[in-house]
Design a protein around this ligand. Structure first.
Ligand code: ADP
Length: 440
């Protein structure tokens, strides 16, 4: 199995150590970043994103813990080797461009090569070809102040690539740009990842950027609070089968990055149970569902809280509907427990029988809920389908498609509407049963 390119283990970074203004900016950080990955460090201002990036870049030594790049502790390098590392292994782009105002664009890009004994003609040729590539070749003779912000940032992108680094670090690279320039710069960085296959580590607090990354580390108060995989990108980091599942919780986690898994489970269930309710009702329903999911109230108390009028702290839902909701919620929780059990036993030989029973139980619940009478073949295919989905062998779309396929080809021959309904419900069940946090 491939080894990670960058490893942080229980990393802490302390500013002004031993002084009265000592400050621990990072605590207990663990990351594994693989070659070719696009990683975003995401979180509110002051949470420690830049600190982590500069620690990786070799300019902030760990207070505690380990930080390895390509298996090496870069902080143990002699000074000359550290400089080599920062020059050839890492490229960096800053929010404020950091171009030298008195030098031409071409000289700004060629500058890092001066320290590497490259002759002038070669330097200029390489700098010009990078500027051409990033769409600013025609302004290479100008000084930076004559360029727009977007152009200046594309000059810095060219400069960061001049020594052909393996890893590109970007500190809020679009923080000072308008939306069109932002798009151009993000596209170029994306190209460096997908075409040049360079590893990217970007600091950002713009949620619109998350779609570019393979994975996002969410930081808060100096900790990594969550790691979210982008389901739209083929993953490089090796993950075990169960972890490849893209659950609704992961989708929600991207919308509500600072919510805990428990809160996301509540949102997921409430999304399913409510359709035409007011904002006030949904907030109340979330609260009651939270208590129910945590086991703090039982079924009866849950029903009661749903029926009570709003002015008495209830959700004001009619009794029949409240009972229906509580039934669905209870069944989902039971099924989610089955899924957890299924996964826990999956790797254990000799439990095939009980595994199979669990898949059948889930199947019977689903077919019963949708009042579909399955043939023997459909029954078998359905149990197979559930097992594949629960273990992450297939994703939501594949499950949906297979439901509409012919029985002979392993499908269920359902109509699209039936398949959509069943998939939607089953994804809710999975969302209740899956923890989005990654375990190594
Ligand atoms: P982010 O990039 O998420 O905005 P930073 O990594 O820049 O956060 O900063 C994390 C915390 O460390 C902040 O509270 C910040 O004030 C503090 N900090 C950053 N640099 C220094 C420094 N040189 N000395 C002392 N504290 C610092």
């Amino acid at each position: 199995m491939a080894k990670p390119l960058i490893v942080c283990r229980d990393l802490s970074i302390i500013y002004n150590k031993g002084k009265s203004n000592e400050f621990k900016a990072l605590t207990g950080v663990n990351t594994d970043i693989y070659e070719g990955e696009y990683i975003i460090l995401f979180g509110p201002s002051g949470c420690g994103k830049s600190t982590l990036m500069y620690a990786i870049q070799g300019s902030l030594p760990p207070g505690e813990g380990t930080l390895l790049v390509k298996g090496d502790d870069v902080y143990s390098y002699p000074p000359a080797e550290r400089v080599y590392f920062q020059r050839y292994v890492m490229g960096i782009i800053f929010q404020s461009f950091n171009l030298i105002p008195s030098l031409s664009v071409l000289d700004n890009v060629a500058l890092p090569m001066i320290f590497c004994d490259v002759d002038k003609t070669k330097r200029n040729r390489r700098a010009q070809s990078l500027l051409d590539r990033f769409g600013v070749g025609h302004v290479s003779h100008k000084i930076p102040a004559m360029l727009s912000g977007g152009q200046q940032q594309r000059v810095s992108v060219s400069r960061s690539m001049v020594n052909d680094p393996k890893i590109l670090l970007a500190d809020e690279p679009t923080g000072n740009l308008d939306s069109i320039s932002t798009q151009q710069v993000m596209d170029k960085i994306d190209e460096i990842n997908t075409f040049d296959r360079r590893t990217i580590i970007m600091v950002s607090h713009n949620a619109a950027h998350l779609k570019y990354a393979h994975r996002v580390y969410y930081l808060k108060d100096g900790h990594i609070v969550r790691e979210v995989v982008n389901p739209q990108r083929k993953q490089i980091k090796p993950v075990s089968e169960g972890e490849t599942i893209v659950t609704e919780l992961e989708q929600l986690a991207r919308l509500y990055p600072y919510d805990s898994v428990e809160t996301l489970r509540v949102k997921s269930m409430v999304n399913y149970l409510t359709q035409d309710y007011s904002f006030d009702q949904i907030i109340r329903l979330e609260h009651s569902t939270d208590l129910f999911l945590q086991g703090k109230i039982d079924r009866d108390a849950f029903i009661k809280s749903l029926i009570l009028p709003l002015e008495r702290g209830g959700v004001e839902i009619d009794e029949k509907e409240a009972r229906r909701m509580v039934n669905v919620a209870s069944k989902m929780i039971d099924q989610a427990t089955d899924i957890k059990r299924y996964r826990a036993r999956k790797d254990n030989d000799g439990v095939f029988f009980s595994q199979h029973i669990l898949a059948e139980r889930m199947r019977d619940h689903l077919s019963g809920k949708y009042r579909i009478k399955f043939s023997k073949e459909q029954d078998e295919n359905m149990a197979e389908l559930i097992a594949d989905r629960v273990t992450g062998v297939i994703n939501e779309d594949e499950m949906n498609l297979r439901m509409t396929k012919s029985i002979r080809s392993g499908g269920l021959s359902l109509s699209e509407a039936e398949a959509d309904d069943m998939t939607r419900y089953f994804e809710k069940v999975i969302a209740q049963g899956v923890d989005v946090s990654y375990k190594s």
